[in-house]
Design a protein around this ligand. Structure first.
Ligand SMILES: Cc1cc2nc3c(=O)[nH]c(=O)nc-3n(C[C@H](O)[C@H](O)[C@H](O)COP(=O)(O)OP(=O)(O)OC[C@H]3O[C@@H](n4cnc5c(N)ncnc54)[C@H](O)[C@@H]3O)c2cc1C
Length: 376
């Protein structure tokens, strides 16, 4: 049996591990940290993401510790509703804490008999077979899945020598409290804020994004001050101010990006998730694409031992879709941040009087990976 080496124990790596172990395939995850180090921050799981969680049988467990929001409201920066949409029109949406998602994936992987080696930071790959780690261990595998995130060493060293670039956006993130069981999206000038509860206690995650010339580190852990956050979003109404003030800690970092790739594979090495297609978080699809990639890739491996079959079908199924969503995510940032009053009124008019918001996401949410795999 072929042995798959999975580099990175984030969303894509753990999901791939669950899919492979679920079919009794031999795989092992190598993670550079000494433990699962997911930081408390919100994640919205749209219908396409929920479908994958259901397929790997952790949807109920994630839902039990998360929130099922009632609806989505788009608002101006003073909180006035522009449009409200019943969430069920999209399919199931769950808003959660990233820690919950990562823990449920990890528990599932371990319960399936999976092995994860912490303190294993990959430094190099020799002859597409031998993994060289910083702790001086060398381990041979047959196939390598690069799930090592936006700063992927595998991508830079083995697929494309491109650079990470600053996107021009800075994001603030925190978890406070509110009494709203909705996803609220506030649209301001050159900025926007997305808030949603992460559990039924209505602990509320916020991500506040603004254009910026300053590069912050691409990190989950750069702590900022409430004063700076309040100053950056001073034009917003009282709900936002009290949400910010109710959060214990706030984090600030720059949003980074890489160019789109035409191919995610080389030889027996394939990229999944952010290593293949990092994207702006404005459609909440980065994690969902990581889940889809892993589900598709894992099922291709389960279907055939032939690397050419796996690689060719993975490219066919994933490159076009993920790159299109990457483009749409960036465009959504432009739409969210319109400053010109005429364009802003036009956007609000379209949002209010047409189903433009749903039309843009319907194709993203309707993805049926299992049907696609079964039809191959
Ligand atoms: C502000 C913000 C908000 C977001 N909100 C959402 C949202 O609401 N919904 C959504 O779907 N997505 C969202 N995303 C995107 C989502 O978080 C990412 O797309 C997702 O985490 C990608 O998963 P991954 O497994 O590819 O990479 P990662 O989660 O980055 O995991 C990579 C793993 O690889 C490990 N690693 C790295 N290098 C090595 C190495 N050399 N050796 C061994 N291990 C290594 C790392 O330690 C890490 O554990 C958001 C992103 C941002 C920035």
């Amino acid at each position: 049996m072929k042995k798959i080496g999975i580099i990175g124990g984030g969303i894509s790596g753990l999901t791939l591990g669950c899919v492979l172990k679920g079919s009794g395939k031999e795989c092992i995850i190598f993670e550079r940290s000494n433990a699962l180090s997911e930081h408390g921050a919100g994640i919205s799981l749209t219908p396409n993401a929920c479908k994958i969680l259901d397929e790997i049988d952790i949807l109920d467990a994630v839902r039990a510790e998360s929130c099922s929001p009632l609806d989505i409201a788009w608002r101006d920066d003073q909180g006035k509703v522009i449009k409200k949409v019943n969430i069920n029109e999209f399919g199931e949406v769950i808003t959660s804490n990233r820690k919950v998602l990562i823990n449920k994936l990890y528990e599932k992987f371990i319960n399936l008999g999976g092995e994860i080696k912490f303190n294993h930071e990959l430094l190099d790959i020799i002859k597409e077979k031998e993994l060289v780690f910083k702790n001086q261990e060398n381990i041979s595998v047959d196939y390598i899945a690069g799930c090592d995130g936006i700063k992927s060493l595998i991508r830079t060293n083995k697929i494309k020598k491109d650079k990470i670039t600053f996107s021009g956006y800075t994001a603030w993130r925190g978890i406070g409290s509110s009494d709203s069981k909705r996803i609220n999206i506030y649209l301001g000038k050159n900025s926007h804020i997305v808030c949603y509860p992460v559990n039924e206690k209505l602990e509320t995650s916020f991500i506040a994004v603004k254009k910026s010339k300053i590069k912050n580190n691409e990190s989950w852990r750069e702590e900022g001050s409430h004063e700076d956050l309040l100053e950056d979003f001073s034009s917003y109404g009282s709900f936002i101010k009290s949400l910010f003030q109710s959060s214990n800690k706030v984090y600030k970092w720059g949003l980074f990006d890489r160019k789109s790739l035409n191919s995610f594979s080389s030889g027996n090495i394939t990229l999944l998730g952010d290593s293949a297609h990092p994207m702006m978080p404005f459609l909440g699809q980065g994690g969902a694409m990581a889940l889809e990639d892993a589900f598709i890739f894992g099922n291709l491996v389960n279907k055939s031992d032939d690397f050419n079959f796996i690689r060719n079908n993975y490219e066919k199924l994933r490159v076009g879709r993920t790159n299109a969503i990457k483009r749409s995510s960036r465009y959504q940032g432009y739409i969210n941040h319109l400053g010109n009053p005429i364009l802003k009124s036009l956007r609000n008019f379209m949002l209010k009087n047409t189903d433009i918001a749903m039309r843009r996401t319907r194709n993203i949410y309707n993805y049926e990976p299992l049907r696609i795999i079964n039809n191959l």
